[in-house]
Design a protein around this ligand. Structure first.
Ligand code: ARG
Length: 458
């Protein structure tokens, strides 16, 4: 039954068969494997390596297999090891010995490299679509809540007031770069490895450019040994995926903090939370927690493949079969995470009053007092010292800066006059920061408009 049985006298050990097989996971490649085989068969006929009749039989057989798999009627067999041999064996069962011609000028080594590239091309586009969707949600929420002011943090200490929209657009910008990283990765995935054979190409007079055109590859690999021994494009994808997860994990961490009673900035909809089996009052933010948790799992897949590849002599080694499960799991995790994040955000209430109130404490306008002094001719370092003393005074007397009397201000510096109050209202503190990329309302709205156009035109 085995496609390589000729050289063997003894049967394969049952445990070896199970250990060796990849069909349990690489069945996911069936569509790409068939697509690649059809292009290969067309090329073999075009180059007069097989006849037109043989080609037609092969293609018809492959198409039948495709629909059988899609209908759930195909029985995958562990004895046939992987998706490539399962399909080829079935083809021969269907169309007879002609099926055996399909593997001419091809090896499973260049075949599997092709399948992963076809799979990844498809998946990258899907992930990119989800990244755009999430960017769009962030931009729309920013626009909708443009008037919500909140504290911005450094060291998780209140630092300066910003807009919620500014915070949301910060993540949109991160995701935009993630999109670009995938776009860049796509260029290197989009190279045809088929025609590299097992490692040393083939003697048959094949037409690789034709196959590349059929499968819409941008170029053809230039070294057969490289093409069958390399998985750097998977590593690159896993790295881009890890970066996306890292970004979503940071955001999740904030959503978890913001939904705590200590912050009380947001209310995530019940549909995205769970309860406790013992504490009746609990509503837990499991989804952002799981996103944060699954980030570790995706990093793990990146580390695993880097480690798997690091000691392999050229060209193909069976170790490389270990490239798939982590990749598939990464793609599934990433897609679900992106989709859930978008849906959860659309079902989250942002508590405007609590966020604003939070800017009233923590002296988030202290920098603005220092800037006021600078505007009145005091060098910044001296201004910093003066305001530090004012903050210390307020802290000791349980006052806000805005509550100091003019007399008190003037004890700290005689340049203070009554316009200090207007200069340090929270709204003015935010809107005076109107440099490119700043949190001022008109600046944030401008960025949102520009980015919205970009996201929808891509
Ligand atoms: N199932 C194998 C893999 O995923 C396909 C390639 C096998 N090639 C070989 N020479 N044994 O890597």
């Amino acid at each position: 039954m085995k496609l390589w049985s000729g050289r063997f006298e003894d049967d394969t050990d049952k445990l070896v068969e199970e250990f060796n097989a990849s069909i349990g996971f690489d069945y996911k490649l069936y569509k790409y494997d068939i697509e690649g085989s059809i292009a290969h068969a067309k090329m073999l006929a075009k180059c007069d390596i097989i006849t037109e009749t043989d080609k037609n039989k092969i293609i018809a057989g492959l198409e039948e297999i495709l629909s059988e798999i899609e209908e759930g009627e195909f029985e995958f067999s562990v004895e046939l090891e992987d998706i490539h041999m399962n399909i080829e064996h079935k083809l021969t069962e269907k169309i007879g010995s002609v099926g055996g011609k399909l593997h001419t000028a091809r090896s499973r080594n260049d075949q599997v490299a092709l399948d992963i590239r076809l799979y990844l091309r498809d998946q990258i586009k899907q992930v990119q679509g989800l990244l755009q969707q999430l960017q769009d949600v962030l931009l729309s929420l920013g626009e909708e809540h443009i008037d919500i002011i909140m504290p911005g943090y450094t060291h998780l200490q209140r630092a300066q007031p910003i807009r919620l929209a500014h915070h949301l657009v910060a993540y949109q910008q991160k995701l935009k770069r993630d999109y670009e990283r995938l776009e860049d990765c796509y260029q290197r995935v989009n190279v045809l490895p088929l025609g590299s054979g097992a490692l040393a190409g083939t003697k048959f007079d094949i037409d690789r450019e034709f196959v590349a055109q059929e499968l819409e590859f941008n170029s053809v690999s230039q070294n057969s040994l490289d093409a069958v021994s390399e998985r750097d494009f998977v590593i690159e994808f896993l790295s881009a995926a890890s970066t996306i997860m890292m970004h979503l994990s940071r955001f999740s961490e904030e959503l978890i903090l913001w939904s705590s009673s200590e912050f009380d900035f947001i209310e995530i909809s019940d549909a995205f939370c769970t309860g406790s089996s013992i504490m009746p009052q609990k509503k837990n933010p499991d989804i952002p927690e799981l996103i944060r948790g699954k980030t570790g799992r995706v990093y793990g897949h990146l580390m695993q493949l880097l480690t798997t590849m690091k000691g392999l002599p050229l060209a193909y080694n069976k170790d490389m079969q270990e490239d798939k499960e982590g990749l598939f799991d990464t793609v599934d995790t990433l897609k679900k995470t992106l989709e859930l994040m978008a849906r959860m955000l659309n079902n989250t209430e942002f508590k405007k009053d609590n966020m604003k109130e939070s800017t009233e404490r923590g002296f988030v306008n202290a920098t603005d007092v220092a800037d006021y002094l600078v505007d009145n001719g005091i060098p910044f370092r001296e201004a910093h010292e003066i305001v530090g003393k004012a903050v210390l005074y307020c802290d000791k007397h349980n006052k806000k800066l805005a509550e100091l009397s003019l007399n008190k201000w003037q004890e700290f510096s005689d340049v203070f006059s009554s316009d200090i109050y207007d200069a340090i209202t929270i709204e003015n503190c935010v809107d005076a920061r109107d440099t490119i990329g700043g949190p001022a309302k008109k600046e944030v709205l401008k960025v949102i408009q520009e980015e919205k156009e970009l996201v929808t035109s891509e």
